[in-house]
Design a protein around this ligand. Structure first.
Ligand code: 13P
Length: 250
């Protein structure tokens, strides 16, 4: 049985007080969600600590949305994996398409970030996904394969056993347009096949989350697919009741 995960990526939204209120709302609704589902919230850096503090007595985990490529030192503005771990973060989102697209993250950058995350015992949620042009020219399989080969294939077996992957088609992020359940299943199964070619049977245990306009009205259908193990939720994670409703979709 693979772990089921519903993770909220708050992106650059909420002020500290709003973030705390949102986290408390999620904690309040957690009882409605099956214990078999791991809930994770990923607030902005500025309120990670307050949110971790509020969620201390719950089993809701907290993740960051990024970490630095370097361990420590003269890197103005960066936040290290060690700092995040020391705060009590358990996860870190790496390789989100917004970071690849707007901040030039490459596989080279991401290999370093993955190494830093593992050194600090953070679990990476590694994001892959094609853009609209790549989907329309039927190149989505090769794009996703390269994003996995160039980064995930460099992990040791032990590191891979802790990894979470999120498939997020860029054309579905924040657009209101979701992949159909069939499209999601097709590519999730393909991702698992790519993982199996390198890591063998361990690929069966790797949670692969879907992200891109996932909401209470479509979550159940997407999550019902064999190779979809949960979701990485953007917009709908900003309302506690919607996030909880998505958690209940399992
Ligand atoms: P939306 O759910 O807002 O489409 O965002 C998905 C996403 O990018 C999560 O990381």
């Amino acid at each position: 049985m693979r772990r089921k995960i519903v993770a909220g990526n708050w992106k650059m939204n909420t002020l500290p007080a709003e973030g705390i209120e949102l986290a408390c709302g999620v904690a309040k609704g957690k009882g409605e969600v099956c214990d078999c589902v791991n809930l994770i919230v990923c607030p902005p850096f500025t309120h990670l600590y307050s949110v971790i503090d509020r969620l201390r007595d719950t089993d809701i985990a907290v993740g960051a949305q990024d970490c630095a490529t370097e361990v420590k030192g003269a890197y103005t503005g960066e936040v290290s994996a060690q700092m995040l771990a020391a705060l009590g973060c358990e996860y870190v989102i790496l390789g989100h398409s917004e970071r690849r697209q707007y901040y030039g993250e490459t596989s080279e950058t991401l290999n370093k970030k993955m190494a830093r995350a593992y050194e600090s015992h953070l679990t990476p949620i590694y994001c892959v996904g094609e853009n609209l042009e790549e989907r329309e020219s039927n190149r989505h399989f090769e794009v996703v394969k390269a994003q996995i080969e160039e980064v995930v294939f460099n992990l040791t077996d032990l590191q891979f056993s802790k990894l979470v992957i999120a498939y997020e088609p860029v054309w579905a992020i924040g657009t209101g347009k979701t992949a159909t359940a069939e499209q999601a299943q097709e590519i999730h199964a393909y991702i698992r096949e790519v993982l199996r070619s390198k890591f063998g049977a361990a690929a069966e245990q790797c949670p692969i989350l879907y992200g891109g306009s996932c909401k209470p009205s479509n979550a159940a259908e997407i999550f019902s697919q064999e190779d979809v193990d949960g979701g990485l939720i953007g917009g709908a994670a900003l309302k506690a009741e919607d996030f909880i409703a998505i958690g209940k979709a399992f």
